[in-house]
Design a protein around this ligand. Structure first.
Ligand SMILES: Cc1ncc(COP(=O)(O)O)c(C=O)c1O
Length: 395
């Protein structure tokens, strides 16, 4: 007899990026060398000075011991210094910041401190999946707001009905946005904050994953530049520092929200490993390697975008992140475009937009239906090869 499965798990679709991994595997089985623009996992090595700090960290913490639940002081200090240097935001190291084991767990677990069954949460679509799964595992309800091109991929918060706003406990947001690449301005954040405060909605901002992957010197803002009141922000070193495997980041903002989050985390995990924090500290103290990474992503964009245009695809928008949110040609869905790109003579793996989007609760439309996501994480040589293979395509 099968063992019982919880309702939230039963109602959770397979993790989209695990499905993308299967596509890569299937191409290999056909003897095709896949050019993988699917999962957003950088293929460049973690910078050497970070790896060295990790190795040294193992010796510094020769007696292992459990790490601190909230992060060691030296790591948190480097995160506070980073927030001050990058955004001019001052954080109280004891009350306004805590470490995480990567933003994925933090985004998922945050809901546990604030939601009860039947509560309502507003979540953008497309959006980072743990926002939804965390909400579902609390048996709370999701109101999806689609990120549509006609709204410049911003959350159209003014169109959210009053009765929904009155019920909502949390609104999730993610700018710079995966996958659209959109950034949010100070003016837009200011309007959103005013609206959220009117309804006492927590603003949970998954902003720190791609905030340092920007182009032409246009640095994205942190919402904390405007206020900390009712705002919590999730930061990750995964993409800023090519450290996806290290599992480290931090969470900062309103001290009441941080305090609740610390209580949740103390009951779930035992902190970020100390030697990983040693590596995280030096990574956050250094801005030079992030400049190098931006140049690499810019180079890849400069190669791929003209090739997509030449193939007859519409020019994507997007100011930041390493994603290209590519619209399919008129009359074609994102799944159809992704399939075409997967054909053996092209062998390009992307993520169909519909796989990472859910229907907008107001219109019933899936905002990802006509898109595919390219993650520019493949090595430069693969991007060059993709440009060549795209010459065989004409829409
Ligand atoms: C929007 C967004 N937020 C957060 C994360 C999580 O990063 P990590 O769990 O690796 O720190 C990702 C990773 O892909 C992401 O795309």
């Amino acid at each position: 007899m099968p063992f019982p499965i919880s309702d939230p798990l039963k109602n959770t679709a397979p993790y989209a990026f695990a499905e993308v991994d299967k596509l890569v595997h299937a191409l290999r089985e056909q003897g095709v060398t896949p050019l993988d623009f699917g999962v957003g996992d950088p293929t460049e090595p973690t910078p050497e000075f970070i790896r060295k700090a990790l190795q040294k960290g193992a010796d510094i913490h020769a007696t292992s011991g459990y790490p601190s639940y909230i992060g060691q002081k030296s790591f948190l200090q480097s995160a506070c210094d980073y927030m001050q240097r990058r955004f001019g935001v001052d954080l109280d190291i004891t009350t306004e910041i805590t470490s995480n084991i990567g933003a994925k767990e933090a985004v998922f677990h945050f809901s546990l401190g604030h939601l009860n069954a039947g509560d309502l949460v507003i979540i953008p679509s497309p959006g980072y999946p743990p926002m939804r799964t965390g909400t579902r595992f609390c048996r709370a309800e999701i109101y999806s707001v689609g990120l549509f091109e006609e709204n410049d991929f911003l959350i159209d918060y003014e169109s959210i009905p009053k009765e929904i706003a009155e019920r909502a406990k949390i609104l999730w947001l993610n700018y710079p946005n995966s996958p659209t690449g959109k950034t949010a301005s100070v003016e837009w954040y200011t309007g959103l904050i005013e609206w959220a405060q009117k309804y006492n909605i927590i603003l949970a901002c998954d902003e720190g994953c791609y905030i340092d992957i920007y182009f032409h010197g246009e640095k994205p803002h942190s919402i904390l530049e405007i206020t900390k009141k009712g705002v919590i922000c999730f930061y990750s070193l995964s993409k800023r520092n090519n450290m996806t495997g290290y599992r480290i980041g931090f969470v900062c903002g309103d001290k009441e929200l941080i305090d609740t989050f610390k209580k949740v985390k103390t009951n779930i995990d035992s902190g970020t490993p100390n030697f990983v924090q040693e590596a995280g500290r030096v990574a956050l103290e250094n801005d030079e390697h992030t400049e190098y990474m931006r140049q690499q992503y810019q180079q890849k964009k400069d190669m791929l975008l003209p090739a997509l245009k030449k193939a007859g695809l519409p020019t994507p928008k997007g100011d930041a992140t390493f994603y290209i949110w590519q619209k399919a040609p008129e009359g074609m869905t994102g799944v159809e475009l992704a399939k075409k790109l997967l054909s053996p003579e092209i062998g390009i793996v992307t993520t169909p937009g519909a796989w990472i989007s859910e229907e907008d609760s107001r219109t019933g439309k899936n905002p990802g239906e006509h898109y595919v996501r390219f993650a520019l994480v493949a090595p430069l040589s693969d991007v060059e090869e993709a440009v060549k293979r795209l010459e065989k395509l004409q829409f």
